[in-house]
Design a protein around this ligand. Structure first.
Ligand code: GTP
Ligand code: MG
Ligand code: ZN
Length: 298
């Protein structure tokens, strides 16, 4: 079918090596790629060739405006491309990892993508009260926070986040069990995503969502569901990119004795001085030490 006409489309879902592309005419095609070229992600603008029967081949993609990435020990993975925003979903229960949250925010910052923190399960009042002091740290740092309960109150959740999502391409990311798919079900009528059952939630961290998929929002814009993660390595960032991506460290840029100060053991470190006098949150600084160790290892 080498001479079937080419068309352009948005890559809206990735199931391993199979993709779904929505063409500019609104048709959805199940697509494969050419041999050895798997460099595609949800959010890519692709050039495809229909092969009949609702199928197609992705020939190439247009240059990306940005890439939202995470690494593991072996490689760097593009989770989604051409994003306007990344929403990191956390919840009071199961407990969220603040280290993972910081990593997601750093990765978004480095890619030039606007972040927000979505705090799910606000109906769990006692557990929510326990995480409140930590949330205030993030609010003070200037991050946008939404507190919602898409489980019991889908309508309220949709109303709260919709203005921020409207007209944009947003990826929803975070640990397993935080309620990402529950939120998308609240936002997209008919999305009908499987969510974790109570018995699974008590199990050993199994992920319910296993694919990355974009859904069209009713009032314009797209939202991407993604599988939960337990690890989010920033091996693709240099020490200085990492430092730039942490707002309170960025603020002290150039104030330490050494210009390449890593704020660990170095003498005359302005960042550690700020931690000592309480202007920088100590818990975040502890996570910083883990982060910089991570990058060095890779
Ligand atoms: N109490 C309460 N529970 C919620 C809320 N939102 C989601 N849940 C529950 O949290 C569990 C996990 O929800 P999911 O939407 O499957 O979580 P997920 O983030 O998509 O998980 P993965 O797909 O594994 O990454 C389910 O049992 C939901 O019913 C909420 O607002 N309040
Ligand atoms: Mg899910
Ligand atoms: Zn320093």
């Amino acid at each position: 079918m080498a001479n079937a006409p080419e068309s352009q489309g948005l890559l809206i879902a990735a199931y391993g090596r199979q993709f779904i592309v929505q063409t500019t005419e609104g048709e959805r095609l199940v697509c494969v790629t050419r041999a050895r070229n798997h460099d595609f992600a949800v959010g890519d603008q692709t050039v495809i060739r229909a092969t009949g029967g609702g199928c197609g081949v992705i020939e190439t993609r247009l240059a990306r405006r940005n890439e939202f990435k995470r690494s593991d020990a072996r490689r760097t993975k593009v989770l989604a491309a051409n994003l306007d925003a990344v929403a990191c979903v956390i919840a009071p229960d199961p407990p969220f990892s603040e280290a993972l949250l910081m990593r997601v925010l750093a990765s978004a910052h480095e890619a030039g993508i606007e972040p927000a923190i979505i705090v799910n399960k606000s109906d769990l009042l006692e557990a929510s009260a326990r995480i409140e002091p930590r949330l205030e740290v993030y609010q003070r740092l200037g991050y946008r926070l939404f507190k919602i309960a898409p489980g019991p109150d889908p309508g309220g959740a949709a109303q709260t986040v919709h203005p921020w999502l409207a007209g944009r391409l947003t990826a929803v990311v975070g640990q397993s069990g935080m309620g990402k798919s529950t939120l998308i079900n609240a936002l997209v009528p008919g999305a009908d995503l499987a969510t974790q059952s109570i018995s699974e939630a008590l199990g050993t961290g199994r992920h319910t969502t296993t694919f990355t998929k974009a859904f069209q929002l009713p009032n314009d814009g797209w939202i991407i569901d993604s599988p939960g993660f337990q690890e989010f390595v920033l091996g693709h960032l240099s020490d200085s990119q990492l430092a730039h991506s942490i707002p309170e460290i960025r603020e002290y840029m150039g104030a330490c004795r050494f210009s390449n100060c890593r704020h660990l053991e170095e003498p005359d470190c302005a960042v550690r001085a700020a931690v000592a006098n309480g202007s920088i949150d100590a818990r975040r600084m502890q996570i910083w030490r883990e982060l910089i160790g991570d990058v060095r290892r890779l």
